[in-house]
Ligand binder design. Structure first.
Ligand code: SF4
Length: 626
């Protein structure tokens, strides 16, 4: 039975004195939407703590869009940290929404953001705390329709049994259509089963219960998802895509937190999509085509929202902000308008070959000197060509020189180990490159400040992701990852270089969940039942618990992460398409083996990824890219 829609805040408040960071759970931030009258209610859940999820731009956009609909109210919920979750279970208090403190299970729709592969146990924890069955096929008529969406949906199978429906691609229009379909279905008294299967008629929506898994000689061991006879579901669900970003507001409704959050600043999405074509990058493949927001829209929205919110920093976000055709000009005009206000402008990471002098000066002029971040990804040119990074050491040195020359002293460099074809020589080239950057800094920075020159080297482990040219590759075995990490660490002798690693064991679990089929749900459920949650938090991740879970369901983590897939086989995710053609990915995989690069189609001409033809869209640039 659906729980009553009434505030349970008083019961929650009694527990807050006993938990860490109680401000995570307190409502009434500036700008939050309060509408307790609407009878159709959606709860958007970011399955991590408040401070991680509050600044998520995707969720903020959907929150904004849904609250603009007549007769619909949208609220947020975040996952309580383990201390509060334990207390809530002890007291019989279910998971609540933030704004009204209504039980999450009393909403009509519960939407989860699926930000990455390790979030699965948190989603199960949220459902269990809410008192909602973990599997879609076990839910009651009155339970919310549970939907998912976000960046990590292009192998939906390990979480497919959880979701009634999964949205692929841009959500601004589709979320409204989905909510209306549920509302109309409820009003018409349709059974839950029919409402769920009806969601498949919304473009971009995958309804897992309308597909069964078929395993045969043409598939991997995890099989392929095929429509259940009579379900009326398409063989392949294509993602939803917005033709132009300029048609959407540059800044969604702002909710200003009163406690510290991970990204405590105004964020403006200046472009969506990336056509650089890095062969390991899932977002680069799945967010195409490129759509730029016009400069004027960004600048006026930024000034207006800064005035309203009081933030002292604006971040121009996207997959590759410095690629925006008007990036340098946009930074300069924002800085000019903000002069004397103490407000700074930042960009999350800087593309090496498009980080120009103007950008170096403009990013700095706001006064904050946190580090600059560049991502060469690999230490040698050979390997950068294999991954199609299309940047050279000269690009790195040029960008570093501009940064040092404009007052920056600290730099962060991102690399990956375990990339296809990597050798020890490639690994050893990483610290050598970092040493040359530090050396350059010492040459360019005035003597009294030289000791401040430092480089942080962050080394992730390559995880093969669906819908990339490397989707057929296996991950490097754990022992070999550790050997290469040791090699790199021992080769790094300069004290101005700090090396940090991603946990190879968490990366292995990420690889398993990126590659496995629907059977992966058993693994996620066993891990959650074994106590796993907040797996993306280093201090919470327990490899022994994941190993035990894998053993209990007959899955070998080493084998699933490392075994390559046959290019001729149907893959577990072939039924959910971001629009890229599999033929393009295969050609790119072959070019990678030869070290042949492929140019960026926004600077040359179409390179045949297929998105524009498949989805009837085109790159939408605000100006010419150079
Ligand atoms: S179809 Fe061509 S122009 Fe469109 S994103 Fe792909 S490569 Fe670029």
């Amino acid at each position: 039975m659906r729980p009553e829609r009434r505030s349970r805040y008083e019961e929650l408040e009694r527990l807050l004195g006993r938990v860490e960071r109680p401000s995570r759970y307190v409502d009434h931030e500036w700008g939050a939407a309060h509408d307790e009258a609407s009878d159709f209610r959606v709860c958007l859940m970011y399955p991590d703590t408040y401070e991680v999820g509050q600044s998520n731009l995707g969720l903020a956009i959907l929150y904004s869009v849904l609250n603009e609909q007549d007769g619909m109210a949208c609220e947020r919920s975040y996952l309580p940290w383990v201390d509060l979750a334990d207390l809530m279970r002890e007291k019989g208090l279910p998971l609540l929404s933030l704004e009204s403190s209504f039980p999450v299970a009393s909403f009509d729709v519960l939407g989860f953001s699926i930000a990455h592969e390790l979030v699965g146990t948190n989603i199960l924890e949220a459902l269990d705390l809410a008192g909602i069955a973990l599997r879609g096929d076990e839910r009651d008529e009155d339970d919310p329709i549970v939907i998912g969406g976000g960046p990590s949906v292009y192998n939906p199978e390990p979480l497919a049994p959880v979701f009634d429906a999964i949205l692929l691609g841009d959500g601004e229009e589709a979320i409204v259509e989905m909510a209306r379909a549920v509302r109309d279905g409820r009003r018409a008294g349709l059974p839950r089963r029919e409402i769920v299967s009806g969601l498949a008629s919304v473009d971009g929506v995958y309804v897992p219960s309308s597909y069964r898994i078929a395993v045969d000689a043409g598939t991997t061991r995890w099989g392929r998802a095929v429509p259940v006879e009579g379900a009326g579901a398409p063989a392949v669900v294509r993602k939803r895509v917005l033709a132009a970003l300029s048609a959407t507001p540059a800044v969604p409704r702002q909710v200003v937190p009163y406690s510290e959050v991970v990204f405590d600043r105004l964020a403006i999405e200046v472009l969506r999509g990336c056509a650089r074509g890095c062969r390991f990058c899932q977002a680069g493949m799945t967010y195409r085509p490129v759509r730029e927001r016009p400069e004027g829209q960004v600048v006026s929205a930024a000034l207006e929202a800064l005035g309203q919110t009081g933030y002292d920093e604006v971040s121009l976000t996207s997959l590759s902000t410095t690629d925006h055709s008007a990036c340098a000009h946009m930074l300069t005009s924002l800085n000019r308008s903000l002069e004397g206000t103490g407000t700074s402008v930042s960009i999350p990471s800087q593309r090496l070959d498009s980080f120009g002098v103007e950008m170096a000066a403009a990013c700095h002029s706001g006064g904050k000197r946190s580090g600059l971040t560049f991502a060469p990804e690999a230490g040698t040119q050979r390997l950068r060509d294999v991954i199609n990074k299309n940047v050279t050491e000269d690009d790195l040195m040029g960008a570093a020189a501009r940064a040092f020359g404009n007052g920056w002293r600290r730099m962060k460099l991102y690399f990956m180990i375990g990339l296809p074809t990597e050798t020890d020589e490639d690994v050893l080239a990483i610290p050598q490159l970092a040493e040359r950057v530090v050396g350059l800094g010492r040459e360019l920075v005035p003597k009294p400040q030289r000791s401040a020159v430092s480089v942080s080297v962050s080394v992730a482990v390559f995880v093969p992701k669906s819908w990339t040219p490397f989707q057929w590759e296996g991950q490097l075995p754990l022992g070999e990852v550790r050997r290469r990490q040791g090699l790199l660490l021992r080769a790094c002798r300069d004290r101005s270089i700090r090396v940090s690693y991603h946990d190879p064991e968490a990366s292995q679990v990420e690889a398993v969940l990126s590659r496995i089929g629907r059977e992966g749900f058993g693994l996620v459920e066993a891990a959650w039942r074994g106590g796993c949650r907040f797996d993306a938090w280093t201090e919470r991740f327990s490899y022994p618990a994941w190993r035990d879970a894998a053993r209990s369901v007959g899955i070998d983590l080493d084998e699933v992460a490392s075994a390559p897939y046959d290019r001729a086989s149907d893959l577990p995710w072939d039924h959910v398409s971001p629009g890229i053609s599999k033929g393009f990915l295969e050609r790119e995989a072959i070019r990678a083996q030869r070290g042949a690069t492929t140019p960026d189609c926004t600077r040359t001409s179409c390179t045949g990824c297929g998105v524009c033809q498949e989805l009837d869209v085109a790159n939408d640039l605000a100006g010419e890219r150079r």
